[in-house]
Ligand binder design. Structure first.
Ligand code: ADP
Length: 482
């Protein structure tokens, strides 16, 4: 065990039906900065996943029938426990995921903000009374929880992606089962420790750790008691899970891959654009679904932008997330580094030019150096979600060309644009086929705003006043009164 992790929040057991389960086989969790094993946790299968669904099903009537205020109080208490344990949660997160400790603390607070927000929103679920077609009846609409919700979450934000799903689900009156990514199960288990402490009743929140993702996914998508699946991860897995859910016609929320364009127009504040692009590209070592994937810079400011951007990239400090002043941690696995190296190789073979970086880091960890590449819009690296610290930069001439390059992808999650011309901002923002557009701002994600994508980037929205809808059914009551 890592010496910094001497905390009761570190668990090896899965949390099912309010009990801490021990299994028969185990799964090692590695530190991506050093390769060392941080902890060995119990590894579960189909049976445990099924048991978790049964527990959630059993707990549903009790949780659904609590008043909104009671549910809100429990969520608020859970939020407060998370805030109280921010430091321990952040240490666990950095240890298993690799991100710099400052980013880990920010992720814990960000995740907690969703629990706080939905604790508040729980009390604002409204039905409707509609004008009837005849006076002998009344037309009413109720909002009710969808039922048991299953969630499958990724390793890039192992705490916050879970919080973003469990918070609206529990607020709405749904019970919840989840499978965290096998690379990063410790953050999810730590949240379960605090759920128990906060008084979340047994069976309402369940965590099943498993290296057999497909097997658990089949249970979550195949069991008729599960009425909704919420998934964050890659587009191919999202498509597969959506297809599996079709068999029992479950609701699905999918938060999938992106290919975010970052457009710098010739009237932009270049320093602001550089700072925005650095934050958006290199946060979490480039491993976020809303990370800038392509930087489009207008001809007249291209050289100036490149000079300033490369100078900032050269200053980024790479190292273990536990080191002071580190900007960029390791990537999650050696395979992830291999994928980035392949994409850079393909971009160069297609005529791309490396301006800075372009190679792996030294030592044992999964490091790739922050990289800037000049490429053409058709370069293979512009077609894939890079998910690593590489900035392909493309030159463009006019607004129409920028919009057409930006939209030339099956993805549609986040886009960014920098300009000071209000007319141009409106025109381009409306034409971008994306669920979220950052305008002179790259820190777009917060609990009060609707996060989500269009096209193959997903279905549904997380956070905001819209975020509860995905967890509610609309029931129509027609009441005869004559
Ligand atoms: P990433 O590239 O971020 O690892 P994945 O989509 O592979 O994205 O993983 C996101 C989550 O989906 C993880 O929890 C992973 O274990 C899970 N997962 C991967 N493949 C499957 C599958 N076939 N069925 C169910 N879950 C899966």
């Amino acid at each position: 065990m890592h010496k910094l992790l001497n905390t009761p929040l570190l668990r090896k057991e899965s949390y099912i039906g309010g009990e801490w389960w021990r299994g028969e086989s185990t799964l090692a969790v590695h530190c991506p900065a050093t390769g060392e094993t941080i902890e060995t946790v119990w590894d579960f299968d189909r049976e445990a996943a099924t048991a978790a669904v049964r527990s959630a099903e059993l707990a549903l009537p009790m949780w659904r029938d609590k008043t909104a205020k009671e549910r809100a109080h429990i969520l608020r208490t859970w939020h407060d426990e998370i805030i109280r344990h921010t430091e321990e949660l952040a240490l666990i997160l950095t240890a298993e995921q690799g991100k710099p400790l400052a980013e880990a603390r920010a992720e814990i607070l960000y995740g907690a903000s969703y629990i706080e927000w939905f604790a508040e929103e729980a009390k604002r679920i409204y039905g409707d009374v509609i004008a009837p077609p005849n006076n002998d009846r009344r037309v009413l609409v109720l909002k009710q929880p969808v039922g048991v919700v299953a969630a499958i979450t990724p390793w890039n934000f192992p705490s916050a992606m879970l919080a973003r799903k469990l918070a609206p689900a529990l607020a709405a009156g749904c019970t919840f089962v989840c499978k965290p990514a096998a690379e990063t199960p410790l953050s999810a288990l730590a949240l379960a420790v605090l759920a128990e402490k906060a008084g979340v009743p047994a069976g309402v929140f369940n965590v099943v750790v498993s290296s057999r993702a497909r097997e658990v996914g089949e249970v979550f998508t195949g069991d008729a008691a599960v009425r909704k699946l919420s998934f964050t991860g890659s587009t191919p897995v999202g498509k597969l899970l959506a297809a599996q859910c079709a068999q029992t016609v479950k609701k699905v929320s999918l938060e999938l891959g992106g290919n975010a364009p970052f457009i710098v127009f010739d009237d932009a504040d270049i320093d602001r654009a550089v700072a925005g692009a650095i934050a958006s590209k290199y946060r979490n070592a480039g491993q976020t679904c809303i990370c800038t994937n392509r930087i489009l810079v207008q001809d007249a400011v291209y050289d100036k932008f490149i000079e300033k951007y490369c100078a900032r990239v050269a200053e980024l400090k790479i190292g273990s997330g536990f080191e002071d002043g580190v900007d960029l941690g390791p990537m999650i696995t050696a395979d992830a580094v291999g994928k980035v190296a392949r994409l850079v190789g393909e971009a160069c073979a297609a005529g791309g030019r490396i301006l800075i970086g372009g190679k792996r880091g030294n030592g044992n960890g999964n490091f790739y150096l922050p990289t800037v590449l000049e490429v053409a819009a058709e370069s293979p690296i512009c077609r894939e979600e890079i998910f690593g610290p590489v900035s392909p930069v493309i030159r463009f001439v006019n607004d129409q060309e920028a919009v057409s390059i930006a939209n030339d992808t099956p993805y549609g999650l986040a886009a960014y644009m920098y300009s000071r011309d209000l007319g141009r901002i409106w025109r381009v923002a409306e034409q971008l086929e994306y669920g979220m557009v950052g305008i002179n701002e790259s820190g777009i994600s917060n609990e009060m705003a609707p996060f989500g994508g269009v096209k193959e980037s997903g279905i549904g929205r997380e956070g905001s006043k819209y975020g509860l809808d995905d967890y509610l059914e609309t029931k129509y009551l027609c009441m005869g009164i004559s």
